[in-house]
Design a binder for this molecule. Structure first.
Ligand code: ADP
Length: 522
């Protein structure tokens, strides 16, 4: 009988050992440990409570008891643990255990509680209840304790694995949902991980890219500096300071799988193994198309703005120099004409500078200041057309506002700037002439004003960008015509500051219509 018992104990110890080595699923480990304990102690009911991060014990596995009782058990456990922590008292403990026995509602007589301790750290508590009073010899207690120690190792391993698995899934989610492209390479430069953003950027599906050599997927059409393989061949990463190995940045035009090109910057960060060798390379791929465009626009802008500023200055200087010639005796008419040109060009210069200032203020996120008052848009449009009409004989100007067009609240100077800009563009971008119509419509809650021309028009892609700061369509015409690419940016900002919106419809070669709305207050 005694031998039988010993054999059983040994078998159960073996079972627990197996749980340690074979099982990493915490729930399963707890279930096995608990089952073995209950059977070994010939109990009827058992439970395992684990200590959570806040130090509280919670029931995590049960045998032979109604799970609805778990919350009540948790409460008693909390009291039980705090009574142990306050100073062990047999009576206090017994009182709580009795309440637990009563709660379980069975003719249970005895309990065996084994603390689960790993490396001096309490992990939890294993309790088995029996329906009879059995005697426990010191030998039994020792075996039970080694049993509990083994179980603690199993629980500890499973908890560790659970934490690692959680961390791994958290990192995978971060990588997967990162807005930048992320891939992880092995030491042989094969792709191990390839996230969604990178699928979008390269046109490669993760399932095709994973396992492929990185050079098959990252194909450069044009590149600044070394690529990854070159860098590795020339000693990157430097192992001198292996705590923070340096990253490698490669920038250029990538050839996507569908043949299209994408401007990217890739930062490669090495992950070193304990021996200092590269174990993995983590690559962060950023789409730099917008940055490149902004850079290009900035460059074009600087050259256009210099040109735009130089032209009126050259004209003013030319006229002033001519009028100032000591050897000439100009008649009053020539002097007046010359001064008129100087005045006009000074106005143009002032206008240009004003536009630049407004644009830079808007860029600094400062709201546009408006001097609000009653504005008659139909009259404003008529006056604008009168100003443009003498400058061109190739265009026919048409004004098309309904009678009694409503008065709006707005900043007259700014709105004149909008209309002037749209009409000026209509003239500039219809070099062969044609009809330019400026009109208005009254709609519920707002008015719409439009300027239509029959000029060169724009592609869809150009229409999407015309309101960007410094943007000028890349056509021979816009290269030949004066402009800074600020006009429509400012026009839209003015309209939006009034609570309205601006849009364009156009077809290449067929003309364009720019419209804006302004809210009606009453
Ligand atoms: P700018 O005329 O000084 O270049 P804008 O901001 O007024 O700057 O216009 C931006 C670009 O939009 C122009 O360079 C031109 O390519 C295009 N654009 C504007 N208006 C028209 C139009 N009516 N027809 C065709 N293209 C236009």
């Amino acid at each position: 009988m005694l031998l039988d018992y010993r054999v059983r104990q040994r078998d159960f110890l073996l079972e627990i050992s197996r749980a340690i080595t074979a099982q990493l699923d915490l729930g399963e480990v707890l279930r096995r440990v608990l089952n073995a304990s209950v059977v070994m102690l010939a109990g009827q009911v058992g439970m395992v409570a684990l200590r959570d991060a806040s130090g509280e014990y919670k029931v995590r596995a049960t045998v032979g008891l109604d799970t609805a009782k778990i919350p009540a058990l948790n409460t008693i456990l909390r009291e039980l643990i705090s009574s142990v922590e306050e100073g062990y008292s047999r009576e206090a403990l017994d009182a709580r255990m009795k309440r637990m026995l009563a709660l379980l509602g069975r003719p249970l007589q005895q309990y065996v509680a084994l603390p689960l301790v790993f490396a001096g750290e309490p992990l939890g508590l294993l309790i088995v209840f029996r329906s009879y009073q059995g005697a426990a010899t010191p030998d039994d207690i020792q075996i039970l304790q080694s049993f509990a120690d083994q179980a603690a190792i199993a629980v500890h391993n499973a908890q560790l694995y659970e934490r690692i698995d959680h961390e791994r899934r958290r990192l995978a989610a971060i990588v997967q949902h990162s807005a930048d492209g992320v891939m992880i390479l092995d030491a042989g430069l094969r792709i191990l991980i390839f996230n969604r953003a990178l699928e979008r950027m390269t046109g490669w599906r993760a399932q095709d890219a994973i396992g492929a050599p990185v050079d098959d997927v990252i194909v450069w059409k044009r590149r600044d500096g070394m690529d990854l393989a070159d860098a590795l061949a020339s000693g990157w990463p430097a192992t001198r300071d292996s705590d923070t190995p340096e990253t490698l940045y490669v920038e250029g035009d990538l050839e996507r799988r569908d043949g299209l090109t994408l401007a990217v910057g890739i930062t490669y960060a090495p992950l070193l193994a304990a021996n200092g060798q590269v174990a993995n390379i983590i690559a962060n791929v950023r789409d730099i198309t917008h940055w490149r465009q902004a850079q290009e626009m900035q460059n074009v802008f600087i050259s256009t703005i210099s040109h735009e500023l130089k032209t009126p200055v050259a004209i003013i200087k030319g006229y002033a120099g001519t009028l100032n010639r000591q050897d000439a005796d100009w008649n009053p008419e020539v002097i007046r004409d010359g001064l008129q040109v100087i005045e006009d060009e000074s106005d143009r210069l002032a206008g240009l500078i004003e536009n630049l200032l407004t644009a830079s203020k808007l860029q600094a996120q400062r709201d546009m200041e408006l001097q609000l008052g009653d504005v008659r848009l139909d009259e404003l449009a008529a006056r604008s057309l009168e100003r443009f009409a003498p400058q061109t004989s190739r265009h026919e100007f048409v004004l098309n506002f309904p009678e009694e067009f409503p008065i709006v609240q707005g900043d007259e100077t700014r709105l004149r700037q909008v209309l002037d800009n749209l009409i000026n563009n209509a003239v500039k971008y219809s070099p062969d002439g044609g009809r330019i119509e400026v009109g208005g419509r009254v709609e519920p809650g707002h008015v719409t004003v439009y300027v239509t021309d029959q000029g060169v028009g724009m592609t869809e892609a150009e229409q999407e960008r015309v309101f960007e700061r410094f943007y000028r369509a890349d056509s021979t015409l816009s290269r030949k015509t004066q402009g800074t690419g600020l006009g429509l940016y400012l026009a839209r900002a003015i309209v939006e500051a009034h609570g309205g919106s601006m849009s364009v419809t156009s077809r290449p070669g067929q003309g364009s219509t720019f419209s804006f709305t302004l809210p009606l207050t009453s």
